[in-house]
Write a protein that binds this ligand. Structure first.
Ligand code: SF4
Length: 390
């Protein structure tokens, strides 16, 4: 078992071949943001002067992976960030041309994360013309007070106009990212936000509970006593109220933070939860092929230098043990509506774990649903403690 720094030499022979019949999901990390939102700990840089160099390096990174990318169908692509919508259209075009040069490129879903301040009619039609099928809009809230607390760049009116424009733009699917459990955010505010989005016909919503991550503005404020976090009980109540309201509006939950109308679940994200192979390109991007995980370093400059030397920019490498694989199946599976297969539990779990699972079945924290073992929706707010208990 190996975990930590990648083993030398860094080359494709380190990556196991894809299991037969498997496909690729490609994640492209676009590491540029205008400024840091107060809650965010994702890797980004505000140095937009490096965008050109970044695109060059990204194309070179794809060349390094060519034999692997040519070996299996590229089924989904996800441009995440950072702020992919900040990337000028001609640069995105170059990335698409390179992707399209792979004979295996026939994705049924290409998602781009977009921030409201970047959404214009011109960009919307250019994104569609490129082949983007799904937009994920980072709204977070329409309340001026909440946006100020979160340190977001956009204003509420701008976000509303962006959503209205996306609704009319004709993408096969689209989604909005929202945040709950922000101190000072009332249920009425959340409800009004959902009502607006439903009126606009949004077919997919992600609601993330605010967490206070190290190395963020909110973390510093919290530790100085200037920011009151929402307590666990209020968090769970808000989460449940959200769920009930979304269900009433025709959405089905399919993962702890995601709700969709029929036919609009995010296929790329399912790859992570079902532990299918994915390749991450760009600084800080993670990759997985059974049973190896690896990650690029979280530094644009380091990334440009490594690619410039013709090397993979890997900073982390891990070969998973059978025990780690089992834990991941539990952790990824139970956060989704599919849960884990009951037959797999019977086959795989140790006698001690089977006893612990039986105890959770007795309390109703786990239930049998056909051939699956799932966490019932009303217990999802307790997912972490359920995972600890089994
Ligand atoms: S939340 Fe999004 S826009 Fe804000 S800093 Fe993080 S990645 Fe950038």
């Amino acid at each position: 078992m190996l975990s930590g720094r990648p083993p030398a030499p860094l080359n494709l022979a380190r990556i196991p071949p894809l299991p037969p019949g498997q496909t690729w999901g490609i994640y492209i990390h676009v590491p540029f943001c205008r400024k840091a939102c107060h809650y965010c700990d994702f890797y980004f840089t505000p140095r937009s002067s490096l965008m050109e160099a970044y695109v060059e390096a990204l194309l070179a990174e794809m060349r390094l992976y060519s034999p692997w990318l040519e070996a299996a169908r590229i089924e989904t692509v996800f441009f995440g960030g950072g702020t992919p919508s900040w990337l000028p259209i001609p640069m995105l075009e170059r990335i698409f041309r390179r992707l399209e040069s792979f004979a295996t490129f026939s994705p049924h879903e290409i998602t781009l994360e977009a921030n409201p301040e970047d959404i214009t009619p011109e960009k919307l039609s250019a994104w569609r013309a490129l082949g983007i099928t799904r937009l994920s809009v980072g709204v977070q809230s329409f309340s001026p007070r909440v946006l100020k607390t979160l340190g977001r760049w956009h204003r509420p009116g701008q976000a509303q106009r962006a959503v209205e424009a996306v609704a009319q733009a004709g993408f096969a699917s689209w989604s909005v990212d929202m945040i709950f459990a922000v101190p000072g955010q009332s249920w009425q505010t959340l409800q009004a936000d959902i009502d607006f989005l439903v009126r606009e016909g949004v077919p997919h919503l992600s609601f993330y509970g605010l967490t206070i991550e190290p190395r963020t503005v909110l973390y510093k404020k919290y530790h100085r006593g200037h920011f009151p976090a929402v307590d666990e009980e209020a968090y769970a109540q808000q989460y449940q109220a959200l769920h009930e309201y979304l269900k009433e509006k025709g959405f089905q939950w399919y993962e702890v933070s995601n709700w969709a109308c029929p036919g609009h679940e995010c296929q790329h994200n399912w790859r992570y939860w079902l532990r299918k192979p994915y390749l991450g390109l760009g600084p800080s991007a993670h990759s997985y092929v059974p049973e190896v995980r690896w990650a690029n370093g979280a530094s644009l400059v380091g990334y440009l230098q490594a690619i410039g030397r013709g090397e993979f920019p890997w900073a982390f490498w891990e070969e998973l043990t059978a025990e780690q694989v089992e834990l991941e199946v539990w952790m990824m599976g139970l956060r989704t509506r599919l849960g884990v297969e009951w037959a797999w539990v019977q086959r795989q779990a140790s006698p001690q774990r089977k006893k612990r699972v039986a105890a959770q079945l007795r309390t109703g924290s786990l239930v049998r649903s056909g051939a699956q073992l799932v966490v019932p929706q009303e217990k999802l707010a307790l997912l972490d403690s359920i995972l600890l208990a089994i």
